[in-house]
Structure formats: C-alpha cells, structure tokens
Design a protein. Structure first.
Length: 220
C-alpha cells in the first residue's frame, strides 16, 4: 500500500478529480452538437476525458466528418457551458476537502497540474469557490505538450523543487495516468467512468474508487 509519508509532494489533476467539470463540459458539448444537427453519445464524450482541446478537435472531425464546423461548435459549447455553470456552479469532488486537510496537517506540499489553460482553470476554481486553494498551478499554456505527454508533471516537480519520483500524482483519466507514468511519478487512479480502461489500471500504481477512500487509506 502506498503511504503518504513516502512522498515529498502531491500533484492533483483538476477536471474530474478535484472538480466535477467534466459533466458540465459533456452537457455543453451535447447541447452544441444537437444545435448543429449532430448527436454526441455519452461514451463519445467520455472518450475525450482528460484530453486538451487541441487533441479533442481531430476526434470531433473523425466522429462527425470533415464538414463539422469547429468554430461554430466552440462558440456554441462555450455559450452553453457558461449558461450552465452560471446557474449550477461547479461541484467539488467528494473527499477533496478531507484530503487537503490531511496534506496541510502533515505539511506536504501540493499543486494542481491540468490540461486546461490557466485562465480556464482559474475560472473553474473560482466558480467552485476554491480559487485560493492552490498557490501553484501548472496549466497547458505553461508547457510545450499536454497530457498524455509528461510535461505538466515534470514542470510541477520543478516548481515544487521535488524529484518527480517523490511526487504522488492523483488522476482520473487515461491521459493523466499515462503522463504520470511517462514522467516517472507514482500515480493514483480514481476512474471518472464506471468501466475503467484496463490499460490505465495496469499503468497506475494504485486505484481507488474516490478521494474519500484514498484519504481513509492514508489516515490509517
């Protein structure tokens, strides 16, 4: 069993791990697609989990065809997303507050490493009411390549001044776990989908059902 005391820092993903943003993206994507005369299945939306938008665009074209208007889709999905979060906000994932308290008590540094752009990440954190929780945020615009490449985690370790092998990365997507593995970090996988990809399970060092289970394991 992985012990928290074995690590010098903890690195959190944001979308689907700290914040329940992915459900808001899926709603907006499906509404935008419907408005354009297309249909996005839940499985297709889930297949985009953890990817940066530069990597999502070719998947949209592959799924919808070359005539699919990305500019219109981006505009509509952005409008629908804003309408949704203005009404409903963004939920914090269950167990995050308890794990954060544990890290603070044990004086273990932590940061956020996300495939989102910095401005988007800050906006989402503010909508969730936790904009001041992370003093260090490594975003997609801070590195050359997003997940599944290792850049964001290597940058996080550099900023934290901790060897990457002493960093515990907590992720919910295959792209994130693949990035952590390539970086040389130890990873915890908390699947954001009911049926986890067997390859992701094989790549991670530990899989738990949610942040509550992870906090309880660390507290023992």
């Amino acid at each position: 069993m992985i012990k928290l005391a074995d690590f010098s820092a903890v690195v959190f993903d944001m979308d689907g791990l700290v914040l329940d943003t992915e459900s808001t993206y899926f709603i907006a994507w499906q509404q935008a697609a419907n408005a354009m005369g297309y249909g996005f299945s839940d499985d297709f939306c889930l297949s985009l989990s953890g990817l940066h938008y530069n990597d999502i665009e070719p998947k949209l074209i592959e799924y919808c065809g070359t005539e699919f208007n990305l500019q219109t889709f981006n505009r509509l999905s952005g409008d629908y997303w804003r309408d949704h979060v203005d009404v409903h906000g963004i939920r914090i994932k269950h167990g995050f507050s308890e794990l954060l308290e544990l890290l603070i008590r044990q004086k273990i540094p932590y940061c956020l490493a996300t495939n989102s752009r910095a401005a988007n990440a800050l906006e989402c954190l503010e909508l969730a009411g936790i904009k001041d929780v992370f003093s260090i945020i490594i975003a997609r615009d801070h590195v050359q390549h997003g997940k599944p490449e290792p850049d964001v985690f290597l940058k996080a370790a550099e900023v934290l001044q901790v060897d990457i092998s002493r960093c515990l990365v907590i992720e919910d997507s295959h792209a994130g776990i693949a990035a952590a593995s390539r970086a040389g970090a130890v990873s915890v996988f908390i699947p954001s989908v009911a049926q986890a990809d067997p390859l992701t399970v094989e790549l991670c060092d530990l899989m738990v059902s949610d942040l509550v289970q992870l906090t309880n394991a660390f507290s023992q």
